[in-house]
Design a protein around this ligand. Structure first.
Ligand code: GLN
Length: 541
């Protein structure tokens, strides 16, 4: 039988509930339990696929093509489990389903209301996850902050669900903030007391209080929170700021949070947490031997959340190369004004990430030209690969007007064109080429050197592709098509053989990199960058 942990947040947003949920998941997995994590978000979009990265950060794509919140990325990176689109539930998705049922006549004769129809739908979606994934523990992170009107239906559903399931089967962990006030030299518990009072006002008594704080909390502060918030004395944990998110499961472990949860939920877990490899990884994150700088040339560079999985992939690949990868954020529109050489001086590698629309495209093309000509390791992802093809077509194949149909539908040389099965699609939500597809890797290639496999599976999110009408000319000019779909129809990877490392991929490798299993292409890209220009880190005496 599946046990449930609901994670809510109070006081302020951005408390790191996602990392907390992921870390609790990792910790329970390390006790031999099968765990999944889902995110319930209050917004009315059916999924985040139609939102700008500025609104919502990166869209994380799952194997089944589900477009989800970036927190699902943290869940997958911390867990061994693979998640499905059921793990991502928004108010929009719930309302959409209830309204379709109403139109079908499923509720014939009834007035359809938030309680019980919306709340029942939420409860069913919780059960659907446990039924599908047959886990020991299902963790559900409820988006938003207690006090938001938007998340009330979710919280009401959680209240009912816990009542239905009983205390030993469904618990609530409330994440709060315990600020340190410099002037008085004290940690303050009042915001935590207030948010717990508000949570209790909607019928949810938390079982665990997880306090974000700058410093570990003294015992008297924990005792005060326990007393005022009506939780057991050993149910108050601190979540101090960690230099690496990957240390958080270890910090929770050190306080015995796993033992508490195993006891509370009567879980049949192994007696000790197995976190050796994970701790080793964290030690390596903190003790690199070399360092280097890699440029990310994109258009959402002010908002690093837009490239969350890429950032994490570099941490994993950095550890695999005993190297600290520092990222230099280069705004591709700035490149158009100042030139590539000025903004890229000193970097050992250049990555052009995915994106949509024509803003900043010419800057990206300049960056790629610079990487190609100066023989700096280059990695192009999705739009980055498409731009690499445009750059190659313009400057090597001598098609100066080459472009993508996305940026200029009237170009005489549409080297990147809309995929055939996308042509008649009118609505934009969830209709791209999404999710995992297989790809054949050519033996004699950098891609094969990385994967060491002839057939790979990677996740996609795009509408445009390499135009096959240019295949032969591109090959003749020296572009290697190192990965194609098994039917040979789609070009999935390109590379330049006479360059130290120049690889473009139509998929999103960053979605599959894990701390203990870095993505082979990121690992090899960083390796090439190390060769190009890593500096040793001097130990302080
Ligand atoms: N805009 C491009 C396309 O739709 C690239 C998408 C992406 O980078 N995810 O094909």
């Amino acid at each position: 039988m599946t046990k449930f942990i609901f994670v809510t947040g109070g006081v302020v947003s951005s408390l790191g509930k996602g990392i907390a949920s992921a870390s609790i998941g990792r910790l329970l997995e390390s006790r031999g339990l099968k765990v999944t994590i889902a995110k319930f978000d209050p917004y009315l979009n059916v999924d985040p696929g139609t939102m700008s990265p500025y609104q919502h950060g990166e869209v994380f794509v799952l194997d089944d093509g589900g477009e989800t919140d970036l927190d699902l990325g943290h869940y997958e990176r911390f867990l061994t489990a693979r998640l499905t689109r059921n793990n991502s539930v928004s108010s929009g998705k719930i309302y959409n389903s209830v309204i379709s049922k109403e139109r079908r006549g499923d509720y014939l004769g009834k007035t359809v209301q938030v309680v019980p129809h919306i709340t029942n739908e939420i409860k069913e979606s919780i059960l659907a996850i446990s039924k599908e994934q047959k886990v020991d523990v299902c963790i559900i992170e409820v988006g938003g902050t207690i006090g938001d009107i938007e998340s009330l239906p979710f919280l009401e559903a959680v209240r009912q669900f816990r009542y239905d399931m009983g205390k030993e089967n469904a618990i609530n962990i409330h994440v709060t903030l315990v600020p340190y006030i410099d002037a008085s030299g004290e940690m303050k518990t009042k915001p935590t007391q207030k948010t717990v009072a508000e949570l209790r006002g909607i019928g949810i008594q938390p079982d665990v209080i997880l306090c974000r704080s700058e410093f570990p909390m003294p015992e008297d502060i924990k005792a005060k929170i326990s007393l005022f918030c009506n939780v057991e004395p050993d149910a108050v944990y601190d979540a101090v700021d960690a230099a690496s998110i990957y240390e958080v499961p270890l910090l929770f472990k050190a306080q015995g949070l796993d033992d508490f949860l195993v006891r509370k939920l009567h879980l049949k877990a192994s007696p000790h947490a197995q976190l050796d490899k994970w701790s080793h990884f964290v030690r390596q994150v903190y003790h690199p031997k070399k360092e280097l700088e890699i440029a990310i040339a994109g258009k959402y560079v002010e908002l690093h959340d837009a490239y969350k999985s890429i950032i994490e992939s570099f941490i994993h690949a950095g550890v695999a190369n005993a190297t600290k990868v520092k990222l230099r954020w280069v705004d591709s529109e700035e490149v158009e004004k100042k030139g590539a050489a000025k903004l890229l001086k000193g970097v050992s590698g250049i990555l052009v990430p995915g994106g949509f629309g024509d803003r900043g495209i010419e800057g990206k093309i300049q960056v790629i030209k610079y990487a190609r000509e100066k023989k700096i390791p280059f990695f192009g992802i999705c739009l980055g690969m498409q731009c690499a093809v445009i750059e190659f077509a313009r400057h090597v194949m001598k098609l100066p007007k080459a472009n993508s149909g996305e940026f200029n539908p009237n170009t005489p040389d549409e080297v990147i064109s809309m995929m055939a099965d996308q042509l008649n699609i009118k609505s934009l939500g969830g209709t791209m080429r999404l999710g995992t597809y297989p790809c054949k890797v050519e033996k004699n290639s950098k891609a094969y050197q990385a994967y060491k496999q002839a057939l790979i599976h990677e996740r996609h999110r795009h509408r445009y592709e390499f135009n096959n009408a240019y295949r032969e000319r591109a090959k003749a000019a020296g572009l290697k098509l190192s990965g194609v779909s098994p039917d040979g129809k789609l070009v999935e990877m390109v590379e330049l053989p006479n360059h130290p490392w120049f690889v473009g991929v139509q998929f999103h490798p960053e979605l599959k990199s894990r701390p203990l299993a870095p993505h082979p292409l990121f690992r090899e890209f960083v390796k090439a960058a190390v060769k190009y220009g890593a500096k040793p880190i001097m130990k302080k005496k």
